[in-house]
Design a protein around this ligand. Structure first.
Ligand SMILES: [Zn+2]
Length: 263
């Protein structure tokens, strides 16, 4: 998760265990706007077998469906699923196992699925580097059974929700900017997965093009600092949200707070 940054440095910013493992959350968001109920990313899901998960160590959390239920939503209530990208830990929960082998169905049957056209084409074609993240059982059923909206360019995709499209982590990663009660919340996805990834060169080795990630982060960090945006982290187990300040080392988190304090 920290690429070439030495453990002596990153372990001060994000706690690990004796096997170098760190706990990450798979935090999804639900936003209601314009009569829609939009779900942003869907976590791993549970379609793969034990062997697949032997290096993943899924633990804790409420689970996607249970988490939605706790907040008053059933799968049929979701009108739109927004997938930042198609890596397994972001889109897996959108497709579920039905009875019988290789028989898959949509977890949110009424939802339109929004994914960038660049990411869709890239993931369907697949490549050796990302093959363990682009799983056909997560992706192909979306195209076969789902209502897909392939997003071509940066735009206001829903009322109050603009998107930025990035190419460093994987081509076509979509980052939503959500305007709410006079604030702008940025769901930073895999561009800035945890607060520890705010420094420009603290990036994941999963990134396809590191220099592009640095450029895209710089653009987002400057815009966010200048406009007082709030970051919402998808993968940070400890810090849900933060605002930003300029320091002698560059842009850094200023205050950390829980999502419940933002809404
Ligand atoms: Zn990713």
């Amino acid at each position: 998760m920290f690429g070439v940054v030495p453990k002596a440095l990153w372990s001060r910013a994000y706690q690990s265990d004796e096997n170098n493992l760190i706990n990450l959350s798979l935090r999804s968001l639900v936003v209601e706007t314009d009569g829609r109920v939009i779900l942003f990313d869907t976590g791993w899901g549970d379609k793969q077998d034990k062997k697949f998960f032997r290096h993943v160590y899924l633990n804790g959390g409420e689970g996607l469906i249970n988490g939605l239920k706790t907040r008053g939503y059933e799968p049929d209530d979701i009108t739109d699923v927004f997938l930042t990208h198609l890596h397994a830990d972001h889109c897996g929960g959108a497709v579920k196992n039905l009875s019988g082998s290789n028989n898959y169905g949509l977890t949110f049957p009424k939802a339109t699925i929004h994914v960038s056209e660049a990411q869709w084409k890239w993931a369907v074609k697949n490549n050796l580097r990302e093959a363990d993240s682009f799983l056909s059982e997560n992706i192909l059923p979306l195209g076969e059974k789902g209502k897909l909206n392939l997003v071509k360019e940066e735009q206001e995709l829903f009322p109050g929700i603009n998107i930025m499209i990035c190419y460093g982590h994987t081509p076509g990663l979509m980052i939503p900017f959500i305007r709410y009660n006079g604030k702008t919340l940025v769901y930073t996805g895999d561009l800035i997965p945890t607060a520890a990834h705010i420094p420009l060169i603290w990036n994941m080795s999963y990134d396809i093009e590191s220099l592009k990630t640095i450029e895209e982060k710089q653009k987002l960090l400057n815009e966010a600092l200048n406009n007082g945006y709030i970051f919402v982290f998808q993968h940070d187990e400890h810090i849900e949200c933060c605002d930003l300040e300029m320091t002698t080392k560059g842009i850094r988190a200023k205050n950390s707070f829980d999502f419940s304090e933002v809404i």
